[in-house]
Design a protein. Structure first.
Length: 278
């Protein structure tokens, strides 16, 4: 088969655009069909398409930091993603820029031979309104609810129920539910635990609670609800970017999303990655 590859380069990042151009040239020489995102298409010579149209590709290469990879995951869902790290942290991006050409060429040969690429499945979370009909885009890191703003005077009362039983109710800046992938992100800054990537678990962590409870680790199919009150405005947010404004009292249900994300290519060493967070 002819492999169909999409490339998304971090917007306004010349190094990312140059690497995208190198990959386009090399892959076209190998006979692969390659498209780039529209912002990158304005900067280099290549066929461009919206990132959301890359869902039908066999592989999408994300060149940038964690934010760029989260953005690609939001847009394309289950299509395998290879993360090339040009960001400041790049925890989710296992491949260094100098190795990108070799790794992408290898994956394209694998696609030509088998029609598929090796990868690791990462679970995602789905936030939905209980009393109102809305759904956020699936979260690879975390679903967060918080009051009108962080800091003094900006919080809310949040009750967390687990399988219908109250775990905690407190005034908080917010409460987050994270996947193992997201355990090293916002969760860690709020004092939550690290979760080894192969563990099948979700973590609930309060943010600046007046009546603080330790983080809770639950099985992924546990029924979790976050009920917000004591404020006129609140927000439910998926991976820091996709948000829904709430008018409390409001209840948000957090469950496993139907589609996971596949991270293609070599996997980062979890413990080496932790050094990047210091
Ligand atoms: N205080 C905090 O730690 C904090 C605050 C806001 C957002 N975030 C995280 O940022 C994510 C959104 O990313 P963005 O780039 O759009 O916002 P952003 O640019 O504000 O990113 C915040 C930082 O989180 C890092 N990050 C993201 N996912 C990570 C992961 N799985 N493991 C380790 N580090 C990770 C990014 O590299 C960046 O340094 C959210 O899902 C949230 O987890 C963290
Ligand atoms: N090619 C692109 N097309 C459209 N939007 C983009 C593109 N690249 C990045 N973005 C936007 O920028 C955001 C991520 O960029 P951000 O500046 O947070 O960089 P990053 O990848 O996390 O790297 P760094 O670690 O340097 O911050 C995405 O959420 C998305 O909204």
């Amino acid at each position: 088969m002819e492999a169909a590859v999409g490339i998304v380069a971090q917007r306004d990042n010349e190094r990312a655009q140059e690497l995208a151009a190198t990959l386009v040239d090399a892959l076209e020489r190998e006979g692969a069909g390659v498209i780039v995102d529209e912002a990158t298409g304005g900067a280099i010579e290549a066929t461009a398409a919206p990132v959301s149209a890359m869902e039908s590709r066999n592989l999408v290469v994300s060149i940038g930091g964690d934010g760029t990879l989260l953005f690609v995951a939001r847009e394309i869902g289950a299509t395998p993603i290879l993360g090339v790290n040009l960001g400041e942290v790049g925890f989710l991006n296992a491949v260094a820029p100098d190795d990108a050409l070799a790794v992408v060429t290898d994956l394209v040969s694998q696609l030509d031979e088998t029609g598929d690429v090796d990868g690791r499945e990462l679970t995602r979370l789905q936030a939905t309104g209980v009393d109102e009909d809305w759904t956020l885009e699936p979260a690879l890191n975390e679903v967060l609810v918080h009051g009108p703003r962080r800091g003094p005077g900006g919080g809310a009362t949040v009750e967390v129920c687990v399988d219908g039983q109250e775990y905690t109710e407190s005034h908080v800046d917010g409460v987050l539910v994270c996947t193992p992938t997201g355990s090293t992100a916002y969760n860690l800054s709020e004092g939550g635990p690290l979760v080894y990537p192969t563990a099948d678990a979700l973590v609930v962590t309060q943010m600046a609670a007046t009546e603080s409870m330790p983080s809770l680790v639950v099985e992924p199919d546990t029924e979790l609800t976050l009920s917000i009150s004591g404020t006129e405005t609140a927000y439910a947010i998926s991976d820091g970017r996709n948000r829904r404004r709430l008018e409390p009292p409001a209840t948000v249900s957090v469950t496993l999303a139907d589609d996971s994300v596949t991270l293609a290519g070599p996997q980062a060493n979890f413990f080496d990655g932790l050094d990047k967070l210091e």
